[in-house]
Ligand binder design. Structure first.
Ligand SMILES: NC(=O)c1ccc[n+]([C@@H]2O[C@H](COP(=O)([O-])OP(=O)(O)OC[C@H]3O[C@@H](n4cnc5c(N)ncnc54)[C@H](O)[C@@H]3O)[C@@H](O)[C@H]2O)c1
Length: 333
């Protein structure tokens, strides 16, 4: 099989966006259990159908990439419905990729799309930097298995980073990603979709003060591009962040209620006032886990973004939301 530059495993929201961006600079091949992922339809890359839970199949199909990006996942809410399958994909699939990268001489790096969720979602103390640690018991029940998966994935990556010292295993902990094709059930997507239809924007009472960390999808693409360039130029990339772990999110958290307010403001602006959705807080009768002061207690440290990724400044959630709303309005003009 011919050598090539970048293998992207998982062609969902993040994987497809990375494929679109990186294919402008590199020879990219995507892999997914889905034979024709819908978000790849306008992306000109070779796609191979592949199930990462089957070691022999991945070994035979992966070939000889220089860098592998791992975005395949079973996530919330499906993870609670298919727990055994989720274990196979999220844990055993990651183990398979770690092992294959180690055993493939042409491949020098595996990059995992990690998440800020591993920090937990409440009772923050101190500074959230790359060594803040793992708190899967500080998340809502519905997110627990996802966070446990992401924590195990990081553990595997960190183990292999030590075992295979001639390779590099990188963890990019993304904030919740904002982009046109974000998951249907993401709060930002629901707010924008409903708001643009003139329906109320509905944060929940129990979570409206939850501080969230976000990243725009184009900043994810730029950061991965920069990291891959460094790995390609240097072999394994020069030493940058602690243990090859990067916190990749806009450093200032916003609450769900603020997200709702930003969406409302963006909709008013980009529809020139024709649509002005109401914000209606919905009481689901669930225990209130967050208070108005939680955001102020959340201090983050994303390190030297300019040094790591050559990005001057990350887009704020507000800028990202305004762009998405503008794009959707423009599509209907
Ligand atoms: N979307 C976000 O806001 C966000 C935030 C932080 C981190 N992340 C991380 O980014 C990564 C990608 O997230 P996403 O939002 O693009 O998810 P997604 O669900 O859109 O994409 C995941 C893809 O993995 C594929 N997949 C599932 N099982 C597979 C298997 N056995 N073999 C091969 N492919 C398989 C799915 O078919 C899907 O296309 C995940 O690791 C996630 O934890 C996402």
């Amino acid at each position: 099989m011919r050598p090539y530059d970048v293998a992207i495993i998982g062609a969902g929201f993040v994987g497809s966006a990375l494929a679109g961006h990186l294919s402008r600079y590199y020879d990219v091949v995507t892999f997914d259990v889905v034979p024709a992922p819908p978000l790849l339809k306008d992306v000109d890359v070779e796609h191979r159908t592949c199930d990462i839970t089957r070691f022999d199949e991945v070994r035979d199909k992966l070939g000889k990439p220089r860098v592998v990006i791992h975005t395949a996942i079973i996530q919330i809410p499906a993870i609670d419905e298919v727990k055994e399958r989720a274990y196979e994909v999220n844990v055993l699939g990651t183990q398979n990729l770690c092992r294959l990268v180690k055993e493939t001489p042409e491949t020098s790096a595996l990059i995992l799309t990690g998440t800020w969720h591993v920090f937990g979602e409440r009772e923050y103390g101190g500074v959230i930097d790359v060594s803040f640690g793992y708190r899967p018991d500080k998340v809502e029940d519905r997110a627990k298995l996802y966070v446990v998966s992401k924590m195990i994935q990081e553990g595997l990556m960190r183990f292999y980073d030590d075992i295979a010292s001639e390779k590099t295993y990188n963890i990019m902990r993304l904030g919740t990603v904002l982009g046109e094709h974000m998951p249907e059930k993401a709060a930002a997507n629901i707010f924008i979709t409903n708001g643009l239809k003139g329906k109320p924007i509905t944060p929940y009472l129990h979570s409206m003060y939850r501080p969230m960390l976000y990243i725009a999808i184009d900043d994810v693409c730029k950061a991965f591009h920069s990291r891959i360039k460094e790995i390609m130029d240097e072999g394994t990339g020069t030493e940058t962040s602690e243990r090859h772990i990067f916190n990749l999110f806009h450093p200032k958290p916003i609450t769900i209620l603020e997200l709702a307010e930003i969406v409302k403001e963006a909709i008013i602006l980009h529809t020139t006032g024709k649509v002005n959705p109401e914000i209606k807080v919905v009481d689901k009768g669930l225990p209130i886990l967050f208070s108005v002061g939680d955001k102020r207690a959340m201090h983050t440290d994303i390190g030297d973004i300019k040094g790591f990724f050559k990005i001057e400044a990350l887009k704020s959630p507000k800028e990202a939301i305004f762009e998405i709303v503008n794009g959707r309005c423009a599509a209907h003009r």
